[in-house]
Write a protein that binds this ligand. Structure first.
Ligand code: NDP
Ligand code: MG
Length: 402
């Protein structure tokens, strides 16, 4: 059982319909969350929606779901969004404060944290402080600020439920168990598009090749993270904070079919796994329905035709980002925040054509070597470390390119 779930009521409130604030509504997780909400109009009520710049998409969603409030992070979208929703009675707000307002509305019981990257941290912290149940997709928030998030969740006596499919799988295996009984958490990974590609051609990998994931359809940043396996590295750190286990107890295994979403081996030698067709709507729904399970038409595995499930250990030379994430977790302090910031910056540069695929781990490793001392329990210190690591990556990438 998650440490936070052992101490507190399972949700902020059991009342249905459950009020939702959806941070990052226009993204991959956001739109799939709305597909789930559409299945359960009597159980879920969308109270707030947010986006960054995509005001057109946000306006369209708002017209369908009629939330109380919409928030657009990039202020340039405020006027056109307000115009688009004129006469609907939906309140429109903007900026960082607007996102925090969406995350803390009285009518909201669960905040779905589905902004990408460090940008999701502040509104998630605001939601925790307000005592909301957190359905967390934004793994970067936990990677950067695990100690802070853990402390605030404890102080607010609220709960944080995972949406990430591997962590939802681990959580489903752990319901009713004690974390003290865990021997090993096995995070499964598809291996992404480059599991079999000759490594001597990795310098030539293009953004469109990295964006072609074999099993999952996701936003651009996490898709590149899956290709480098930094996504799995971030998930190792996420699992550490969610389940309170040591780095040595978290193991990654390649499983190209993505049917087993993760496994737990217990001290008595028994292993539990959670399986299903790769579809994020299932873990999203579980975080929204927990502790119940709601009947839904999501695709089922056909056990009569599934003929094999394969496993292999990841090759550390092929996927250096995975080792860098373990290093950062062991190093502690601000190292995970630096790892995350350097990765976000390096992936953005790669997608824009300013860095090669193979530069991503190099830039991260160099940034980690410059991790400043400091307290990872303080948001201002974390934000300063994040900004400094991004700036250093940009300077270094410029030097690599010239
Ligand atoms: P997307 O890039 O598809 O969507 C990101 C969302 O966040 C969009 O709504 C975007 O708005 C908004 N956003 C982006 N930048 C900012 C910002 N600076 N301030 C406020 N809002 C912002 O991402 P995904 O849905 O793929 O991923 C979301 C999170 O879920 C990530 O942390 C990812 O690691 C995690 N996750 C995703 C999975 C998936 O299947 N996609 C699986 C497991 C975890 P706009 O559209 O206006 O740009
Ligand atoms: Mg995942």
């Amino acid at each position: 059982m998650l440490p936070s779930l052992r101490r507190f009521p399972v949700r902020a409130s059991d009342a249905l319909p459950r009020g939702l604030a959806l941070l990052g509504a226009t993204g991959s997780i956001g739109t799939q969350t709305l597909e789930v909400a559409r299945l359960f109009p009597e159980r879920l009520r969308v109270c707030a929606l947010t986006a960054n710049g995509n005001w057109e998409g946000l306006a369209e969603q708002a017209r369908v779901f009629c939330p109380d409030l919409v928030a657009i992070a990039d202020g340039r979208g405020y006027a056109p969004l307000k115009d688009a929703l004129a006469g609907t009675g939906i309140r429109v707000v903007a900026g960082e404060e607007g996102l925090a307002e969406a995350a803390t509305l009285d009518a909201v019981e669960t905040v779905v944290a589905a902004v990408i990257g460090f940008a999701g941290l502040r509104p998630t912290l605001a939601a925790i402080r307000a005592g909301k149940t957190i359905a967390l997709a934004n793994k970067e928030a936990l990677v950067v600020a695990g100690a802070l998030v853990e402390r605030l969740v404890r102080e607010a006596e609220t709960v944080l439920l995972p949406i990430d499919s591997e962590h939802s799988a681990l959580f489903q295996c752990l319901v009713g168990e004690d974390t003290g009984a865990i021997e090993t958490l096995h995070l499964t990974a598809s291996g992404g598009p480059f599991r079999l590609r000759p490594t001597e051609t990795f310098n030539d990998i293009t953004p469109s090749e990295a964006l072609a994931h074999p099993n999952w359809s996701m936003g651009a940043k996490i898709t590149v993270d899956s290709a480098t396996m930094m996504n799995k590295g971030l998930e190792v750190i996420e699992a550490h904070w969610l389940f309170g286990v040591a780095p040595e107890q978290i193991e990654v295994v390649l499983h190209p079919q993505s049917i087993i979403h993760s496994l737990v081996t217990f001290r008595d030698g028994s292993t539990k796994a959670q399986l299903g067709v790769p579809d994020m709507k299932v873990p999203i729904q579980y975080a929204l329905s927990f502790p119940d399970r709601w009947p839904a038409p999501h695709a089922r595995v056909d056990w009569r035709t599934l003929s094999r499930l394969d496993f292999e250990p990841p090759d550390p030379a092929r996927f250096p980002c995975l080792g860098l994430a373990y290093d950062a977790l062991r190093q502690g302090g601000l190292a995970p925040a630096v790892l995350n910031a350097a990765n976000e910056a390096a992936v953005a540069l790669f997608l824009q054509g300013y860095a090669r695929f193979t530069d991503i781990p190099r830039l991260i490793e160099a940034a980690l070597g410059e991790t400043p001392p400091g307290d990872a329990d303080d948001l201002d210190t974390l934000a300063a470390a994040d900004a400094a690591a991004r700036a250093a990556v940009e300077v270094r990438a410029g030097a690599l390119a010239s």
